[in-house]
Design a protein around this ligand. Sequence first.
Ligand code: 3PG
Length: 395
Amino acid sequence: GEYAGLGEVSGKRVLVRSDLNVPLDGTTITDDGRIRASVPTIKALADAGARVVVTAHLGRPKGAPDPAYSLAPVASRLSELLGQEVAFATDTVGDSAKAVVGALEDGQVALLENVRFNAGETSKNDAERGAFADQLAALADAFVSDGFGVVHRKQASVYDVAQRLPHAMGALVKTEVDVLRRLTVDPERPYVVVLGGSKVSDKLGVIDNLLGKADRLLIGGGMVFTFLKAQGHEVGNSLLEEDQVQTCLDYLARAQETGVDIVLPTDVVVADSFGDEASARPVPADAIPADTLGLDIGPDSAAAFAAALADARTVFWNGPMGVFEVPAFAAGTRAVAEALTRIDGLSVVGGGDSAAAVRTLGFDEATFGHISTGGGASLEYLEGKDLPGITVLEG
Ligand code: 3PG
């Protein structure tokens, strides 16, 4: 059988970089979305007769083995989803990996232990990364890049290995890039972007870029409070990035100039302490009591956000509106998710926390246009940044 651009793969060892970085509670996977998204490419290769060697990371271990970050639970789940055994190597490029890969027969699948147990993977030193990429490349005859969530990382298993083996773009990366391109090249209007999450500083690039492109920008989550502060309001004990207040002021001014409508919450749900459900109550955004902290957008704002989304033809949403894991602070995130399910056009949920949120809140994934597997990667794409894991495939 053949695989996109690689030609005949039957009998060949194909290294697949997947993003299997899933949230774990101990060894229990709490959201397997990324594993499910990785299955089609692995299955297509196995069905084509390849000997499939999957490599991936989990969390951010410090370049050495750490049992808390083992991919072993992921191997079991991948095996269930594939409906075939997944051989698990207890190291990435060592004796176990060599033995497991050497024993693969055509159509069989192996998963290597967390690639970030090796310092070379994330090294900023090209030679160190290259040396590790050499070891990875020695395990395979070809490389398929399918970990969309990591294509913004210039790391050995994402970038350098592609320079060492015949390579192709996997089906997941292709789908993700196609959808994101529709957001950046002539999006159908109104184009509404919803941004949440805790920090403004994580979203600077994307806000910069969107101020010239989106029609409306709805802002929720922890980053709200830095904007409220910029508007001269007190935010109590809420999350605040003092050093970004001026930036927020500049954004508000630029939005006026470019005609982009920035929608901020007019009310927020506060509590006396983090996660304290009993004390949860809505207050006006310009009257947050000093001894409380905001943990969700309020009900008026949730309704206003839903209304601002109602006529949208293109939507991108990244970042929860509040601490959605706690029921008393989930309503804002739920309202935005619900509004997205009703979009007549393209609705994209951008990765990480927001993707996990729609699933843990019980929404049917099929009611969204696209749920990206990439958080940081989709944001960097929208910023117009060069994604090393994509450009390396073009070279
Ligand atoms: C993610 O979770 O966004 C990706 O798996 C990338 O992980 P990283 O931010 O640790 O590189």
